[in-house]
Design a protein around this ligand. Structure first.
Ligand code: SAM
Ligand code: SF4
Length: 446
């Protein structure tokens, strides 16, 4: 979501003459788009600000005023505390106010310190500028589109309901128009984004609330669009309509990121996840019944307050039961203002890191076995961009694995049948199935 937001900020600032630079020291404006989900991510912001302050001081010696802005969820959560802790910051902008950036930056350029973290009444999506064709083309053939923001679930560990606010869905027609504009400029794959994307209920053209399943069906009709994905889903919102969409839509990729957090019912209840282990496994089974080759990934938290060794083992057995194609796993991090931060039975740090290592070992084992299962198979690959080696193109399998294949650059943006000849630790290697005479793969450095 921050990638999408950063693009929209750049698009909104383009009419004021701003262009992106790869060298921050050359910039007149640096925006740090931040994440508050775990303490580590939030603290990183201050070390980054320290680094950029030196660039600002060097710019000042050359007579240039560099504006430093902090955006995103740390800005939303900490507000003016950021300027108190780091006086070099000129502007703090919360995640709902990016459409006001041009005005705020003009004021910051004349020396004013600005903090804007209120939740505005106007819809930022109506005001944020649409990207120009050349900006879309530069960003590649796969794009994110935010369809839903915020969350009403209030899991006890999570800051999202406080930093991104209440759940809001964008209307169907606005999303369709955005996807059409992207595909006209060459985008071939769209990932619909939301903190709780399958809770999507934006207004349809008939003025009634839609569903994610209906939205996906509508988007599957967009000419030129080859692939659809969505993330992140909540198990409770995986309704029959969305399950059916997976069985029916060829453009919808057979890959679902479905965070579970823990395999223990006791901890699921303490997390206020509002589902049990059995509910989760039933959702997985329903999805697989409609589309047998579905790959699942997930998010896990280890060391939630009160988690015992027996609870943790339930998480390990859940990984084995589902057989994930991959997963993100984190040590629990207490976030200020959340109910879990007040819980009095923390798991010792050493225990947490030990559990994380054990969990990651099991996840890696399943991920490797999923990847190994692709060897020798012929799969559809969307060719995305030039690879590291001359003549090599990197693409994505339906299951989001990176696939390296020797192919002419003119094929970028198309889906090709690729036979997987080798499985590396981070990517698959393959040859175009209709050109099996292509010379053997170069796998140096794999
Ligand atoms: N909405 C998604 C869901 O329901 O699972 C997740 C959104 S959150 C941005 C991404 C992931 O960060 C979560 O799934 C969780 O695993 C992790 N996370 C959130 N809060 C955390 C915390 N306090 N400590 C550790 N990990 C956390
Ligand atoms: Fe956070 Fe996801 Fe729970 Fe919402 S559903 S509170 S975003 S973890």
């Amino acid at each position: 979501m921050n990638v999408y937001d950063s693009h929209r900020m750049a698009d909104t600032l383009a009419p004021a003459g701003f262009v992106e630079t790869a060298r921050p020291e050359d910039a007149d404006l640096v925006i740090l788009n931040t994440c508050h989900i775990r303490e580590k991510a939030a603290e990183k912001v201050y070390s980054e600000i320290g680094r950029i302050r030196e660039m600002k001081e060097a710019a000042a010696r050359d007579g240039r005023h560099m504006v430093i802005a902090v955006a995103g969820c740390v800005a939303q959560a900490e507000g003016k505390e950021i300027i108190r802790r780091a006086g070099t910051v000129d502007l703090v902008v919360g995640s709902q106010n990016y459409h006001r950036l041009p005005d705020m930056i003009a004021r910051a350029e004349s020396g004013e310190k600005i903090v804007d973290t209120e939740f505005p009444v106007e819809d930022k999506f109506d005001v944020l500028a649409a990207p120009k064709h050349d900006a879309i083309a530069k960003r590649g053939i796969s794009a994110f589109v935010t369809v839903q923001e915020g969350c009403d679930k209030f899991c006890t560990f999570c800051v999202v309901p406080y930093t991104r606010g209440a759940e809001v869905s964008r209307p169907v027609e606005k999303i369709v128009a955005e996807v059409e504009r992207l595909t006209e400029a060459g985008v071939r794959e769209v990932t619909l984004i939301g903190q709780n994307v399958n809770a999507y209920h934006g207004l349809g053209p008939d003025g009634r609330p839609s569903t994610l399943g209906k939205l996906l069906r509508r988007l599957a009709e967009v000419r030129g669009l080859l692939r659809l994905r969505y993330t992140t889903s909540h198990p409770r919102d995986m309704n029959a309509d969305l399950v059916a969409a997976h069985a029916e839509l060829a453009k919808l990729m057979p890959y679902v990121h479905l965070p579970v957090q823990t395999g223990s019912d006791r901890i699921l209840a303490a997390m206020n996840r509002k589902h049990t282990r059995r509910d989760y496994l039933d959702v997985v089974a329903r999805l697989r019944a409609g589309r047998a080759d579905l790959a699942f990934t997930s998010d896990f938290i280890v060391g939630f307050p009160g988690e015992t060794e027996a609870d943790f083992r339930q998480t390990l057995t859940l990984v084995e039961e589902v057989g994930y194609a991959g997963a993100f796993s984190f040590m629990y991090s207490a976030r200020p203002g959340t109910p879990a931060a007040e819980m009095t039975d923390p798991v010792p740090e050493g225990e947490k890191s030990d559990r994380l290592q054990r969990l990651q070992a099991v996840i890696t084992r399943y991920q490797r076995s999923f990847n190994a299962g692709c060897a020798g198979r012929t799969i559809d690959v969307l060719l995305e961009k030039p690879g590291r080696l001359a003549g090599q193109i990197v693409g994505r399998s339906p299951y989001l694995q990176a696939v390296q294949v020797m192919a002419p650059a003119r094929l970028i943006g198309s889906v090709r049948r690729v036979t997987v000849t080798e499985v590396g630790s981070n990517s698959l290697f393959g040859v175009l199935a209709d050109e099996t005479s292509t010379p053997a793969l170069v796998t140096a450095g794999a």
